[in-house]
Design a protein around this ligand. Sequence first.
Ligand SMILES: CC(=O)N[C@H]1[C@@H](OP(=O)(O)OP(=O)(O)OC[C@H]2O[C@@H](n3ccc(=O)[nH]c3=O)[C@H](O)[C@@H]2O)O[C@H](CO)[C@@H](O)[C@@H]1O[C@H](C)C(=O)N[C@@H](C)C(=O)N[C@H](CCC(=O)O)C(=O)O
Ligand SMILES: Nc1ncnc2c1ncn2[C@@H]1O[C@H](COP(=O)(O)OP(=O)(O)OP(=O)(O)O)[C@@H](O)[C@H]1O
Ligand SMILES: N[C@H](CCC[C@H](N)C(=O)O)C(=O)O
Ligand SMILES: [Mg+2]
Length: 485
Amino acid sequence: MKLSQLLERMDYTCVQGSVDIPISHLLYDSRNACPDGVFVCISGAVMDGHKFISDVVMKGVTAVIVEKEVKAPAHVTVIRVENTRSALAYMSAAYFGYPAEQLKTIGITGTKGKTTTTYMVRSILENSGFKTGLIGTIETIIGKKVIKANNTTPESYLVQQYFRDMVNAGCECVVMEVSSQGLMLHRVDGFTFDYGIFTNLGPDHIGPNEHKDLDDYIHCKSLLFKQCRHGIVNMDDNYVERITDGHTCDLETFGMSENADFRASDMKLLQKPGLLGVTYRLSGRMDMDVEIDIPGRFSVYNSLTAIAICHHFNVPKENIIKALTNVHVKGRLETVPISPRFTLMIDYAHNAMALESLLQSLKEYHPKRLVTLFGCGGNRDPHRRYEMGEVSSNLSDLTVVTSDNPRFEEPMAIINDILIGVHKGPGKYVTIPDRKEAIKYCIDNAEDGDVIILAGKGHEDYQEIKGIKYPMDERDLIADILAGR
Ligand SMILES: CC(=O)N[C@H]1[C@@H](OP(=O)(O)OP(=O)(O)OC[C@H]2O[C@@H](n3ccc(=O)[nH]c3=O)[C@H](O)[C@@H]2O)O[C@H](CO)[C@@H](O)[C@@H]1O[C@H](C)C(=O)N[C@@H](C)C(=O)N[C@H](CCC(=O)O)C(=O)O
Ligand SMILES: Nc1ncnc2c1ncn2[C@@H]1O[C@H](COP(=O)(O)OP(=O)(O)OP(=O)(O)O)[C@@H](O)[C@H]1O
Ligand SMILES: N[C@H](CCC[C@H](N)C(=O)O)C(=O)O
Ligand SMILES: [Mg+2]
């Protein structure tokens, strides 16, 4: 492949050398540099790729893509662009032969509900014979291949590589989570989504290495609606107008409001032994009764979103109904059946918005006590700590404050921040920094009819401390506790 082919759909200035040179590999990490490669210099959160130019040139790289002034040996082609992350996305699309053009691409953004909805969509589409790839927080699914995720929305090179693998595996569609950071860092530049979806918005991801403020967070999410052909948005959300401001796509709506294109009404709680769920009536562009075996008002929203998307694929109603009753997502309101006396659930609520909707939803089922265990991630939006503490204390009978992923922070410093919030509410609380000990406390002290929520770690099978991910899966912790280990 010629360098000029990789650059064909983007703006650039060739400041040195020629674009008419052969390229063997597209690279963005110096550690993978190889002869005849082109190296894209990314100004990252920790490292600056521009600093590795002499290193990659020594390893045989013949072209570099830069967004700053650099010095490079005369035989190396230097291409200057406005933003190298965006350039990497466009070049990756070209490198992998524009695979998005051979797929129906569905991108879901929003503060909460993305992961759950992607699995609902995949379940419905696969049930109806559409082979569908998935990219998200938990994993990437390509046919029978499952790849553990590092990011919710991976780097653009990986996005395009996964798309290519999906096309090669015979997929017709891909449903993916599009995080605000993914949009901010140009991970999905270089193609147009067929469908862009907005679930909801609550303040989150504001802090060092994340968004500078709420306006930036909203702005980044709104970019999806300038980069898709057809938008499907939650019209009940307070931020929907700002998210769709300046949209360039068609728009369709869902929600509980009367004029929503896909409208849910008559929501009823479903309570069977060992199972909490909801039912509702769908009207508007589709009419039917829907049942989901996942609790909460937000399950209505997530399923409504999935139905609004799948409507475009002319999926029969029976397939939707069947697929939705079978959807269970790892670590999202996942019941661990350890006793008929009480309900124990693992969930991924790790911000105030998720925790509040979760706890409010569960309270509607009138548990004897609502017991909430959680910690907060280190090196992440610190507002989460006070807010989650307050939400839990207001809505839970007992809050068990523990650790999540401390990362590079001191666990007790995070816990003390959480307690500031906890003290604002009326609920009782205990502090047990070791997560396993904290879970044991919940199980040992469970009362008949309790609902116990282990919030925040969901599908995660590790605990990250000072840059190392130690194995830790709550399912194993529970098994160990029951076995007395
Ligand atoms: C803060 C942040 O967003 N970091 C992401 C980012 O890292 P970075 O590019 O800033 O990396 P860097 O280490 O500074 O390196 C800069 C450049 O130098 C290169 N380099 C580096 C070292 C070297 O020896 N040689 C070299 O060439 C790197 O390959 C890179 O190109 O790019 C990496 C590759 O794409 C990401 O994996 C990484 O995500 C980290 C793991 C992360 O935690 N990100 C979070 C904040 C995030 O993105 N979250 C969202 C939302 C999550 C959700 O709520 O669902 C997500 O989509 O995951
Ligand atoms: N539509 C929703 N509105 C509010 N809360 C929700 C919604 N859907 C799920 N939740 C809660 O948020 C948690 C995370 O849900 P999910 O993983 O589907 O969202 P997400 O947008 O992918 O989040 P993340 O950005 O953390 O990956 C769930 O475990 C549940 O507690
Ligand atoms: N993917 C998100 C979720 C983190 C969940 C929670 N377990 C934490 O560590 O804060 C992030 O990296 O911000
Ligand atoms: Mg997710």
